[in-house]
Ligand binder design. Structure first.
Ligand code: NAP
Ligand code: ZN
Length: 349
């Protein structure tokens, strides 16, 4: 079926209307009419070929929510009309150790929701800035929030799971001091989730204007990271720091805030590397520097259920699809409170 979408023809071109095809649902497929799609900073990295390897035309979007509109013959988990979501991946090998453990995100053959290799034309996946998507049921998530919150649930499919997974893995919770660096799409969800898990949360921002708002998101303390005195007051005190920053920066400024055996996990994925940290900042306190990639499907469902139970959604600014290029420029300036979400009905208008 041919549907409307928005995509870029090259890395230096703006996004524009484009017609794409979706396969008819096969036995285990779920066809979803997309209601809303969040705008992740990864969309910008990918569409502009900052990570290299982008295939064009590129249709981004991996924070997808909508309603089931058709089902393959063997789908048992979903019914037509169900509220569902799709995150950053739409397939994997489904039989390696990682897949067997529900960590499809670490499968060597994981297929991204866009720019991932597939047998469907044009040979790679096209994402959620579109009217419809067809996905294997294993990679479809159930949404338990009320429908009125659907737009604010979309960012949970990437920003939510990408922060939830490392917070759980490194055991954020009561008695733990947890830092979240960068208050953008990922960071604002990291603050909400770490707070809901019971940790003492400290938000780090470069934006003075976010100081008070970060407290409203759930931060117990806020540090403007450009202020050396404010930073020094937290030396050697953190159990865990989640670093979401999308640009290269000085990691040592945060490593020295970890206590002995503390970990800083990088989830921001800048196009060029961070300056290498001082080895002695790791050696002297047996500190760890780690990374984390989104989360597996079972954990994504767990995160959605946790958010539904705890009334957690993203703070969003809704846009029409023809506002997407301006939204990218604003996101690059850190000027979004805190996630743009596309109203996909505007693709038709
Ligand atoms: P975003 O909304 O643009 O937020 C990034 C935040 O980082 C900004 O709001 C800003 O916060 C801070 N920041 C930006 N430039 C900075 C700089 N030069 N120095 C210091 N701080 C800076 O982006 P996002 O959607 O949250 O994504 C963040 C990164 O995570 C991107 O690189 C994205 O590709 C990556 N990502 C990774 C995964 C994964 O699985 N690991 C998944 C999704 C996204 P303040 O104003 O508070 O300083
Ligand atoms: Zn993302």
């Amino acid at each position: 079926m041919t549907i409307k979408a928005y995509g870029a023809q090259a890395g230096d071109q703006p996004l524009e209307p484009i017609a794409i095809n979706r396969r008819a649902p096969t036995a285990h497929d779920v066809q979803i009419d997309i209601a809303f799609c969040g705008v992740c900073h990864s969309d910008v990295h990918q569409v502009r070929s900052e990570w290299a390897g982008t295939l064009y035309p590129c249709v981004p979007g991996h924070e997808i929510v909508g309603r089931v509109s058709a089902l393959g013959a063997h789908v048992s988990k979903y019914e037509i009309g169900d509220l569902v979501g799709v995150g950053c991946m739409v397939d994997s090998c489904q039989h390696c150790d990682d897949c067997d453990e529900g960590l499809e995100n670490y499968c060597d053959e994981m297929v991204g929701t866009y720019n991932g290799l597939t047998e469907d034309a044009p040979g790679y996946t096209l994402g959620g800035y579109s009217q419809q998507i067809v996905v294997h049921e294993r990679f479809v998530l159930r949404i338990g929030h009320p429908e009125t919150q659907l737009a604010t649930v979309a960012p949970l499919l990437c920003a939510g799971i990408t922060t939830y997974s490392p917070l759980r893995h490194w055991q954020a919770g009561p008695g733990k001091k947890v830092g979240v660096v960068g208050i953008g799409g990922l960071g604002h969800m990291g603050i909400k989730l770490a707070h809901a898990m019971g940790a003492h949360v400290v938000a780090f921002t470069t934006s003075e204007s976010k100081r008070e708002e970060a407290k409203a998101l759930g931060a117990d303390e806020v540090v403007v990271s450009r202020n050396a005195d404010e930073m020094a007051a937290h030396a050697k005190s953190f159990d865990f720091i989640l670093n979401t920053v999308a640009a290269p920066h000085d990691l040592d400024a945060f490593l020295v805030l970890l206590k002995r055996d503390g970990t800083m996990t990088l989830i921001g994925a800048p196009a060029t590397p961070h300056p290498s940290p001082q080895v002695f900042n790791l050696i002297l306190k047996r500190r760890c520097l780690a990374g984390s990639l989104i989360g597996g499907i079972p954990e994504t469902q767990e995160m959605l259920d946790f958010c539904a139970e705890n009334g957690i959604v993203a703070d969003i600014e809704m846009i029409r699809i023809d506002e997407i290029n301006a939204a990218y420029e604003r996101m690059l300036k850190g000027d979004v409170k805190y996630r743009f979400v596309i109203d996909c009905a505007s693709l038709v208008a």
